[in-house]
Design a protein around this ligand. Structure first.
Ligand SMILES: Cc1ncc(COP(=O)(O)O)c(C=O)c1O
Length: 374
């Protein structure tokens, strides 16, 4: 067996940035300011600028980013929110945490993001919002979903946890709907040294609502013990913000690196009985948080790759509407055939910016050998 190739490695990234990261962390420790200080403020400004968003508000993780964004746009008990079932469970649990109900919508079979026609069919009188998920780094069909939202008076919270810097028709995701929710979980395209997240918004009042909700209901700049909302504590901390500021400077370059890896995969894997991701439908970019192929013999292929030391992963094996956690509370359960199909066939291949061309070729060779039966 040749050198193992992991699904994800942060080693090269961390080795390169270690001196700068240590310095940034020490600076915070020496300052003695750990909560809502200059690092969070500057990170928020820099992240907003990188996306072209008017506002970015740092929060504790991507799940809280979704929850506070939903609360800020007015989602509450008794409301319904349209969400895909083919996503990480946080997309739905953020809705449930507010006493609202996720209504699961099927995906488009090509992009694996929410199907606008299915969303239109699932919308009902209690529907308050839609969460398009830009899954694996590929943007959802925002024109159609925003048109539906407009027609039905729904709010749009984009789940951008896997799509930092992904663009859709000239705009960066997180700036198209009412709000964007980002995760900086360490394995994300922009990852902290722990849990972290952010909400983006164009509307200053919405951004202020998020700031209040993340900080115990305090008004920005207001007295410490006056609370204008029933908020929670889900602040981004100074240490994570300092780490994120170091890494944010490299995000565009890392995205380009991922896209180069994807192009090489796509070139090398043509002609095999697998469905390949699209590097960017017209007017969109794909930032390849994951490189996910689909294959009818997915489990056999996964086993073959693992035996050759090649990392791989199933995102996601069980759709949310089939998770035990949601069986008691399913709203209007409908057939979601494309979601089921994706759960049965999707397989992620190694993907990170520093993945060497030779390693990509070795993965491709192993995939080819699988279909040759060798
Ligand atoms: C699509 C999606 N939404 C939401 C989240 C939640 O983010 P976090 O793990 O930071 O809470 C994640 C990440 O894990 C995700 O992949």
């Amino acid at each position: 067996m040749t050198t193992p190739i992991p699904l994800l490695s942060l080693k090269a990234q961390h080795e390169r940035l270690a001196p700068e990261l240590r310095q940034a962390v020490l600076k915070v420790v020496d300052s003695g300011i750990f909560i809502l200080g200059p690092e969070v403020k500057q990170f928020e400004a820099e992240f907003a600028a990188a996306l072209g968003a008017r506002h970015a508000v740092g929060v504790s993780n991507g799940t809280d980013a979704l929850r506070v964004a939903l609360e800020a746009v007015g989602v509450g008990p008794g409301d319904e929110v349209l969400v895909p079932s083919f996503t990480f469970i946080a997309t739905a649990t953020a809705v449930s945490a507010l006493g609202a109900a996720p209504v699961f919508v099927d995906i488009d079979p090509v992009t694996m993001t929410m199907d606008p026609t299915a969303a239109a069919a699932a919308a009902g009188p209690k529907t308050k919002a839609i969460i398009p998920v830009h899954l694996f780094g590929q943007p959802a069909d925002m024109d159609e979903l925003c048109a539906l939202a407009e027609e039905k008076g729904l709010r749009v919270v984009e789940d951008c946890a896997q799509a930092h810097l992904t663009t859709y028709k000239g705009r960066t995701v997180g700036t198209i709907g009412d709000a964007g929710a980002f995760s900086f979980y360490p394995s994300k395209n922009l990852g902290a040294a722990g849990d972290a997240g952010a909400v983006t918004a164009m509307d200053p009042d919405l951004a202020e609502a998020v700031r209040q909700l993340r900080n115990c209901g305090r008004e920005t700049g207001g007295p410490a013990y006056r609370h204008v909302r029933v908020g929670q504590n889900c602040r981004l901390d100074e240490l994570q913000a300092a780490v994120l500021r170091v890494k944010l400077k490299h995000l565009a370059e890392w995205s380009a690196g991922r896209q180069a890896v994807a192009r090489r995969y796509i070139q090398n894997l043509q002609g095999l009985p697998i469905f390949l991701p699209d590097p960017g439908r017209s007017g969109t970019s794909h930032t390849f948080h994951l490189f996910v192929v689909r294959c009818d013999r997915r489990d056999e292929l996964a086993k073959h790759l693992t035996a050759r030391g090649i990392g791989n992963g199933v995102y996601y094996p069980i759709p949310i509407h089939r998770q035990p956690a949601y069986q008691e509370v399913l709203i209007r359960p409908t057939a979601l055939p494309h979601t089921e199909e994706a759960c049965r066939t999707a397989l992620a291949l190694p993907m990170y910016a520093e993945l060497e061309p030779e390693a990509v070729d070795a993965v491709c060779q192993a995939v080819k050998d699988f279909f040759k039966g060798s």
